[in-house]
Write a protein that binds this ligand. Sequence first.
Ligand code: PEP
Ligand code: MG
Length: 854
Amino acid sequence: MQKHPEFAEHAEVTPAARIATASHGWRAKCLQRLIRLDLPVPRTVALPFAAVRAIAAGHRPDAAAILAAFGPGPLVSIRPSPENPDWGGPGTMLNIGLNDERHRQLAETHGQAAADALYLRFVQAYAIHVARLDPDMFDGTEPSAEALRAALRAYEQETDEPFPQDPALQLTQALRSMARAWEGTTARLLRQAKGAPADAGLGLIVQAMALGMGLGVSGSGVIQFVDPVTGTRQITGRYLSQSLGRDALDKGPDTLYLTRDPRGPSLEEHAPGLFADLLRYGAACRSRLREEMQIEFTIENGALSVLDAVRVPRSSRAGLKVAVALAEDGVIGRDEAVLRVEPRALSELLHPQVDPRGGRDVLVTGIAASPGAAVGRITFSSAGAQASAARGEPCILVRRETAPEDIRGMHAAAGVLTERGGMTSHAAVIARGLGLPCVVGAAGLRFDPRDRCLIAHDGRKFREGDIITLDGTAGAVLAGEAAMLAPALDGDFRKLLSWADEFRDIGVRANADTPADAETARDFSAEGIGLCRTEHMFFETDRLIVMREMIFAGSATDRAAALDRLLPMQRADFIHLFDIMAGRPVCIRLFDPPLHEFLPHTREGLRELAEALDRPLSEITRRAEALAEFNPMLGMRGVRLGVVLPEIYEMQARAIFEATIAVGRRGVIVVPEIMIPLVSAVREVELIKTRIDSIAAQVRTKRGADFAYRLGVMVETPRAALRAGDIAQHVAFLSFGTNDLTQMTYGLSRDDAGRFMSAYVSQGVFPEDPFHMLDVDGVGELLLIGAERGRGARPDLTLSICGEHGGNPESIAFCRRAGFDYVSCSPYRVPLARLAAAHLALRDRLGDTAKETS
Ligand code: PEP
Ligand code: MG
């Protein structure tokens, strides 16, 4: 069978004509489908890509043969028909064939004024788009007999020829100009930016004009059957009545409502039969073209014509609603509904968004660190944010960068903006966890903390209390209050995701540190917690102090006292998490506190700590200086803390096991997973494992209860990936922490890279921010090596990814191909990950089906 025949000749579009999207474009194919549905499409001829290419190259089209299909005195339009509607194409040309003779006839049938207006518009369009004359000479004239004469005169003066009277000549020139416009550099670049291949073809559609004006009921309009923004089933569109009958002659065109409306007359009342036909056509398109279509129509003396039908342009939320409705009505399958919704589009539904229909006064752009949008008053301190929240006033917390002290403020704020930082800096990670819109690395904004103001590029100053809008989806800060769209976490959203789960074949867990995160994760149907960063459980002010006491303890006795206070807190936290997750797996990472995140940064913080520890300020300051590291991300972090100060991890293991027993007694059976962070040597694992096993034995004996647990390692240093074979012999799972792994593979600070990342990306050094998009070539190779060596040593090893990349469709595809068991990502990215994973499985299935049938 011939697959995509490229017919060099034009063809009339009939039900049986050989028309294909790949050779004639989407519009030609769509019109053929409408004709097959018996819709009243005016006579149409389609020129395939090959013919249009030949015309652009200088070949003369057989215009007379094309026009022969339209009978004597033809009037036609030409529309573009690229393979994909998003690839644009030259503008439609109307009324080709209009000349002095036809103008006279139209004056008789439709009245002088209407005929003059039509001819004038045609002369103007032809002069500008076909003869390429100066638009200033032709644009914007109000129609009148004099204006028409002037336009014809201007045309003749400029070209030294009278306005062409031969319809075949007009058609030839118009086809040539449209074919050449498609080949132009700007058009080419524009469509390539939308994914068109360099050799994308253009088809052209020549269609009999259906004027939409006449003595009886006449007019033109567009009708849609769903709301493009919300997706709700309702009729929208417009209708312009152009009835030239005695009553309407003087009034000119009239806008009518489509459906009955108390504000004025409607097409539904004016022409109920035609209105009912339109509804029928909409329903036919929906069920047979399996899509919500927008129909462009004209009515001439009571006769309805369908000129074109396109997929209703729609927002993400409308797209989801339409897909679910089509599947529920049995028009498409659930698998197709799932595939019709882009995973990335979901984040638009999870959070409030800036309404795309409103204006945008962009002050600065930065890194889109956490999606959603918020309007609020600027506040420069966490205390200010909390005070705002207490007054019930939304605020945007603006900081140079955030630290654990800011957690309270972040909780209280509607959005977070930082001057510094990248995709995995403190503000970004926490904001994503909280589902808070966040823009980081907004380096174009001058932040003057002393004067408490922000200064935009254009010099505008914004002070504390001024209102801004933070667009975390686009990574932009807007002046003032932008119009917003509310989230759409409705039944359709949940339904589509539950269908996605039927198809997906890789697990999706959530990174959740607190009970609130865990509840969000459970609400989004995460299959478990893939990473609980236990140090984040101590970011709250009252707890931070206990954590600091532990870190600052100068002696084993002091540390033991601090650990005694931490143990019950940890135990209660774990009980809470286990209860929320109700038996689903929970992977708890032992402490990994980069010291710079936990040392007080201000004199106030140092004083508070001195008070809490009942020590002189000078001693605390000295100790803080002694603990300070030049390179804290590569310092006393993760397992290093566990090796040097074993009692810390011992306390955590005890808390986990005691919590396991406590919930077990209530019937919640948990097999906790304990994960060791920042491992680089197998000996680290051996040491920690021995101690944890011994704590497990102690707790079993002391409590007289048994339990199981699984030990794992977080692979986030390149060496751990390379030595995964040795490490796997001691553990049940490996989880790749791609934030640190990216940082260490590139030697790129995750907290500082934001400063130069955009320069690096814009100059093509990195194709993308590697903290955002997994670097499959380098970091990805380490993942593959780690997975292969780990599974080689232990075939039943569980493999996962828990860095921020875990929620990206591209990383999910990579991990799925590498045979990973699950991905873990911020709770708010769980829906996206579930849908992306389903897409991958479905596409594989479709690929297999295609292979089988070829
Ligand atoms: C990682 O490094 O990828 C990770 C998940 O841990 P964190 O972001 O807490 O360092
Ligand atoms: Mg890490």
